[in-house]
Ligand binder design. Structure first.
Ligand code: NDP
Length: 406
């Protein structure tokens, strides 16, 4: 057995995901929770070659990186041998037929699972590469009905999952690599080679955080560039930080980061926020937050050893270029729908959101139902995702009943 060490923090969705992946492989690890052992933060940064994000995973002292890195290794088929897994114990790819397969484990997918399970459809749910979806990287959710005092996003998704499990949903960890929707039953294959045939497919693949797309952002990712304040804010105690974006996510990230930072500069490309009034007011009232209007990030300054040292900004009104000294940049500029694998098979709009028939979850292919952010560029709320997840399960149930009658 190799010696696996994982540095984590208490509220860290990517740590949970990494643990879930290693757990499924039957690997044990030593966990060093940096909230409980803040004195070991420096040790981690040093061992991880300057990385300031959790989790950081080491196998026999060799740094593998974070959750995304071990996922990439797994996808390339290299993780099992690094973890010294017995080739005989590695499960061979499976094939199976399911009546209802749900793709995605955010509020839409899990609600679809609850309804489909209660309708005795024996649903099977494929987690995707962000188990729990976007809510697992958010902080407090205050607008989901039923939680009078608010709830932490990860805790809420845990509740959804337990409820789906209670009614018998079967969960598969994995990422879908390709689908064939040209014939029924449909075929869905995971990246590891498992392939399923499916009578009804519920797509709830959600959306993922967008990045600015500049070279320096990619180079310094995990070294001061992040898209998750709740995961990584901890590393920036006593430092000046920047948040890019003007929506609710940007406000939420900025407010959370004021718990650690000396100052948080919100860099927005316009001169007014898109965020809801209540979040705007909270941001404006917070003395640690300052707004840098009409500005875009041209370059993230710094290097891989020292991390981020500043941002080169350009004012888009007068083209003036300035340097903002910060030690971390949190990107919060919205999301892209995770629908690439359906391109050419399901009708979509120009931004990649899947088209559904008005008032239902029926897609352009009979038997494929779409819920949540994958089909919603307008509302994008946990409660609307859950609502359309429920609709998708009901649509699938009724559609299957008609098919089975004929
Ligand atoms: P939004 O799409 O609402 O906002 C994205 C922001 O990023 C906008 O201000 C946009 O500018 C800016 N932006 C987009 N692309 C770029 C770019 N390339 N460079 C610079 N800036 C860019 O996304 P959010 O993630 O903030 O919110 C998504 C949804 O989730 C919303 O419906 C929101 O209400 C909801 N949400 C609710 C929360 C809550 O209620 N607690 C918390 C978080 C999100 P511009 O304004 O110019 O378009």
């Amino acid at each position: 057995m190799p010696h696996v060490t994982m540095y984590t923090t208490t509220v860290c969705a990517f740590c949970l995901r990494a643990k879930s992946l290693l757990g499924q492989k039957g690997v044990e690890w030593e966990e060093i929770n940096l909230d409980e052992h803040p004195e070991r933060r420096k040790e981690m940064i040093q061992k991880a070659d300057g990385r300031r994000t959790v989790p950081q995973i080491f196998v026999n002292g060799r740094g593998l990186g974070g959750y995304d890195d071990i996922c990439a290794l797994d996808k390339e088929g290299k993780l099992d041998s690094i973890l010294e897994m017995d080739p005989e114990k590695i499960a061979p790819p499976i094939t199976a037929h399911y009546r209802v397969l749900i793709l995605g484990s955010g509020p839409a997918g899990l609600t679809a699972a609850i309804y489909a399970a209660r309708a005795n459809l024996n649903p099977v749910l494929v987690d995707g590469n962000e188990p729990g979806g976007q809510l697992t990287i958010t902080t407090e959710v205050e607008n989901y009905p039923g939680y009078a005092d608010g709830v932490q996003g990860p805790a809420m998704m845990d509740d959804f999952r337990k409820q789906a499990e209670r009614f018998g949903t079967q969960f598969i960890q994995g990422q879908v690599e390709k689908v064939d929707l040209s014939n029924r039953p449909f075929t869905v294959c995971l990246e590891k080679g498992d392939c399923f045939t499916v009578d009804a497919l519920i797509v709830a693949t959600g959306a993922s955080a967008k990045w600015l797309g500049i070279e320096s952002e990619t180079r310094l990712r995990n070294r001061g560039v992040s898209a998750c304040a709740t995961c990584d804010g901890f590393f920036f105690r006593g430092k000046p930080l920047a948040v890019v974006g003007g929506g609710d996510t940007a406000m939420e990230e900025a407010l959370f980061l004021t718990n650690f930072a000396t100052k948080v500069s919100v860099i927005h490309r316009r001169d007014s926020l898109r965020a809801s009034k209540v979040m705007q007011q909270r941001g404006e009232k917070n003395e640690k937050i300052e707004f840098v209007w009409n500005s875009v990030v041209e370059e993230v300054l710094g290097n891989e050893k020292d991390g981020v040292t500043g941002l080169k900004l350009r004012n888009i009104k007068n083209n003036e270029v300035s340097t903002l000294p910060v030690e971390g940049m949190f990107v919060a500029i919205g999301h892209v729908p995770n629908t690439q694998i359906f391109k050419g098979q399901l009708e979509m709009d120009d931004l990649g959101y899947i088209k559904v028939n008005s008032g239902s979850t029926y897609s352009s292919v009979e038997g494929v139902f779409v819920s949540g952010d994958a089909a919603d560029s307008v509302y994008r709320q946990a409660v609307t995702a859950a609502g359309t997840g429920c609709m998708a399960a009901i649509d699938a149930e009724r559609w299957l009943a008609i098919q089975e009658m004929n």
